[in-house]
Design a protein around this ligand. Structure first.
Ligand SMILES: NC(=O)c1ccc[n+]([C@@H]2O[C@H](COP(=O)([O-])OP(=O)(O)OC[C@H]3O[C@@H](n4cnc5c(N)ncnc54)[C@H](O)[C@@H]3O)[C@@H](O)[C@H]2O)c1
Ligand SMILES: O=c1ccn([C@@H]2O[C@H](COP(=O)(O)OP(=O)(O)O[C@H]3O[C@H](CO)[C@@H](O)[C@H](O)[C@H]3O)[C@@H](O)[C@H]2O)c(=O)[nH]1
Length: 322
């Protein structure tokens, strides 16, 4: 059945890919985005676009919407360590206003972009949703605070909510992909080296307690992630807050990612060792068992070389833009 969805942050990377999937499934989509890190051209054709801030969501939200998918946030781990106030203000303050607008409008279903960064340094691998949450960055702390806020909203006011804790999102979907300005994520930065836009990739720390000394992450294809959002829209009952990790359960080190980019692009990719980046845990690998059991989700694009190849195809389409 066709439904109407508000997608906050739908001019950004993940939000645009999910909006595109919703449109392809026959739904009506309104994107609300203040373009602080997103791009007008990133909004998929066929979606209505409102240039505005989630803090003002009450201006546009009404009971014609069936649910909100909430992506709008600042999301750089390293930046959050040096500018924590920016993260509390936008991620927590903005979501408080959005939840109030949803309550006032009677929109009672939410899917939220949470993150692996809520766990901090894990107590074991893979990470499950019942593991302790002790974020190592203000970004992770702000997202954990929002998860708590959503839990309270569900219990007190009957919201049906799903927090999806993404691990490292990568790859592209057709004309929707990752283009941050400036870019901070590993795979698009390594691809910029392959394109000749950067001389070398900096490896942030080679003295972590991992097999090759560099940080290990669980890279998930953005299209697999998008499919989980569509499933999540039907997963929670009123008053329930379901939390699901989303990853493939495979960890790759920074060096392994760089080597994969060499294989995909044929470029030698020079690397230089740089100091550790603040806020980075050594290893983040997901158990997605809850998503498999509760959403019926199955990742179909888990191969790292395939993920990098899709990101490379997208980077080649958008060579000149940021
Ligand atoms: N990319 C990842 O690897 C990853 C991993 C875990 C979680 N997440 C979460 O997923 C979400 C999307 O991440 P992304 O990589 O697509 O980031 P992005 O920066 O590409 O997209 C975020 C979008 O939100 C918009 N936005 C920010 N603040 C806003 C506000 N106050 N009002 C309206 N619009 C606002 C930005 O303009 C941008 O278009 C974020 O919440 C992020 O924390 C991302
Ligand atoms: O130039 C670079 C950029 C990154 N890295 C390293 O590469 C890894 C991945 O970094 P990045 O791509 O910036 O992603 P993360 O910092 O792991 O964070 C992403 O993944 C998290 C979940 O794991 C999400 O919460 C965040 O929103 C999302 O940005 C980390 O160890 C970084 O230190 C480098 O060595 N050099």
């Amino acid at each position: 059945m066709s439904a109407k969805y508000l997608v906050t942050g739908g001019a950004g990377y993940v939000g645009s890919v999910v909006a595109q999937h919703l449109l392809e499934a026959g739904h009506t989509v309104t994107v609300l985005d203040n373009l602080s890190t997103g791009f007008r051209a990133g909004v998929p054709a066929g979606a209505e676009f409102i240039e505005g801030d989630i803090r003002d969501a009450s201006k546009w939200l009404d009971d014609s919407y069936d649910a909100v998918l909430h992506f709008a946030a600042f999301s750089q781990v390293g930046e959050s360590v040096v500018k924590p106030e920016k993260y509390w203000d936008n991620n927590v303050g903005g979501t408080m206003a959005l939840l109030a607008a949803m309550r006032a409008a009677g929109v009672r279903k939410l899917v939220f972009s949470s993150t692996a960064a809520t766990y901090g340094e894990p107590v074991g691998t893979p990470i499950t949703e019942t593991d302790p949450t002790a974020p190592t960055s203000p970004y992770g702390a702000s997202k954990l605070a929002v998860d708590h806020m959503i839990g309270g909203e569900a219990t007190a006011h009957g919201l049906a909510a799903v927090s999806l804790r993404y691990f490292n999102v990568a790859g592209a979907y057709g004309s929707c992909g990752e283009r941050h300005d400036p870019e901070s994520h590993l795979i698009p930065l390594v691809l910029q080296v392959a394109q000749g836009r950067r001389e070398a990739i900096s490896v942030f720390g080679d003295d972590y307690p991992t097999p090759d000394g560099t940080c290990v992450r669980d890279y998930i294809h953005v299209a697999d992630l998008a499919e989980a959002h569509l499933l999540a829209l039907g997963a929670a009952a009123p008053g329930e807050h379901l939390i699901c990790n989303l990853g493939n359960g495979n960890g790759f080190s920074v060096r392994e990612v760089i080597e994969t980019v060499r294989q995909v692009t044929g470029h030698p990719i020079p690397e230089v060792i740089a100091p550790r980046r603040g806020g980075d845990p050594a290893v983040l690998v997901a158990s997605a068992q809850t998503a498999i059991d509760r959403l019926g989700w199955r990742p179909a694009r888990a191969d790292l070389a395939g993920i990098v190849a899709d990101a490379w195809a997208f980077a080649q389409q958008t060579k000149e833009s940021p």
